[in-house]
Ligand binder design. Sequence first.
Ligand SMILES: [Zn+2]
Length: 441
Amino acid sequence: MKHISLIFVFLLISSGLSGTGIKAGVARKAITPDPVSIWMGGYAARTKPASGVIHDIWAKAIVIENSKGGHFVIVTTDLLSISHQISEEVAEKIINKFGIKRSELLLTCSHNHSGPVILPSYFEFTPNELQTVARYAQKLTDDIFDVVCNAWSDLKPAKLSSGHGNAAFGKNRRAESIKIRPEDHDVPVLAISAPDGKLRAVLFGYACHNTTLTGSNYEICGDYAGFAQIELEKRYDGITAMFFQGCGADIDPSPRGTIAHAQQHGLTIAEAVSGVLSGEMKQIDDPIRSGYRVIDLEFQPADIEYYNEEILSQDKYRQRRAKLILEAYNKGWDMSRIQYPVQAVRFGNDLTFIGLGGEVVVDYALFIKNEYPGQNLFIAGYSNEVMLYIPTVRILNEGGYEPYSSMIYKGFPAPLKNNVEQKVKNAVISVLKDIGIRTRK
Ligand SMILES: [Zn+2]
């Protein structure tokens, strides 16, 4: 009898020592363009390629594996967007090599407006410039795959813990005449530590455009998210700090315009993350469950005659959009809809990560938080693919850049239909139900 209880005590202690059966691996790779003279993404007004580097930009990965073979692989990048092609190619390579499910891989970006162009949507590039963009995109695809492979080789017993901080510099950027101005100041933090408690990596998010630096900046930089990562890597020796963008499509940093502002906001986020790391954090356990759904979002119908007229417009962006749409029309492509990915990954009953494609306005994050009170939610926009803005009915009714003019710059045929809001909300509810979480209603 005495013998059995000793074994029992030993098991309890050893499970405490080794954490929860969770392993984690971390890796990073600089993705600073070399040579640097590539066009930068995010501002249509830029007139020339990049001419310098303020600091390196990165692809970083965490691989988490639980004892039952479940995985969560998250890649963060200091980039404006992730294209459909890069996302598909990277996912296929990772799935083939490691045998994980698509739902276990989350590709994100910081929506950095001071990094290289991934898709040449705004610009009329020369053939040489197009080649530079295509070469960078191919190297990026390889780099993201490499960084995941390296994180996989780094798998070792780990402890996960989480908490939430706060930062207030993200301000609603819609026209001042608009009265409803929601914001989300949450700074979710996931810490990855060795079993002895030593911090190995920290993953944190914020819902705010990474646009402190404007179109007058021609030097590669990670903006406030880049400065936040650098600051945290300075404060905690040997760690990898990783940023994901929240639903910050209608939020801008304030103030903005200078490198000093970007550093200041980076410091604010780093302070918020440090505050969480030094406080009481929630332990995160197995199992890992994940879901991934792809839905169709529909564009408002538009007559082909409209583009035949638009192509004669004096506005070069309208002219270019019309050219793209007419080309697609002549090839017989379906331009009535676009695919949209929605993902969720849940750790035990402790933490749920939601990844929404595109530039998601803040209303969605606030809706999800309200619908699932008491859940520890990490909500990322700009996940798996960044194609267009995801407005709500309110924002479609209000008009403005996000639901309307951005569609011209990005080369889409028309604004999304009003049913986008219900479709995206339903997809979130369904994917959460897939992993065992029900809405309170
Ligand atoms: Zn944006």
